[in-house]
Design a protein. Sequence first.
Length: 220
Amino acid sequence: MRQLYLPMRVWDAPIRLFHWVLVVLIGFSWLTQEMGWMQWHLLSGYTMLALLLFRIAWGFVGSETARFRHFLKSPIAGLRHLAEFHRRVPDTEIGHNAAGGWMVLVMLLLLLVQVVTGLFNNDDISTEGPLMHHVSKATSDYLGHIHEVNFVLIEIVIVLHLVAITAYAVVRRQDLVRPMITGKKRMPGAMRAPRMASPLLAVILLIVAAAAVTALVRWG
């Protein structure tokens, strides 16, 4: 008997908006750095920090597929998934797969390092992070070096992410982009749909995160 596949909501709106706004902010941060638009660069960093704080909180109290405990499997499970990647099997993953979950965590950590080091950075000319004067000049310069090196790591992870998306499309015939746009993917009809958290909770968390970043910047 042929398996019946039906549309299922797997990603909530907050996660999808976080993902695509983050894509824009990473590109915008790179552009403003290259063009020397440092005030815009700082504003982009503040916005990114607020989003990251929101995402961390959402990873504990948000929708089922957004929670860290849902998509962070053991490293062995991740390696097993990669070892079986060549097999073309039906897509029955609700949320991130065992390997993708670790890539998400790595990217979140790298972005967090990037924005935090940026708070203490200086360019020896006219731009200083809001917390630069709370550390020594040597420490600020060291954190600035980490800020530069870490962005190279972010670029590498982005390339790996794009390669993975392409590989899934070519090898497994699985579209990972459309569900992150629509929030839905076709899944076996017998599977249980993931629980979705209230959008109001997401709004409240985002406001709290933005207020925390604003207070931090003003204190600095």
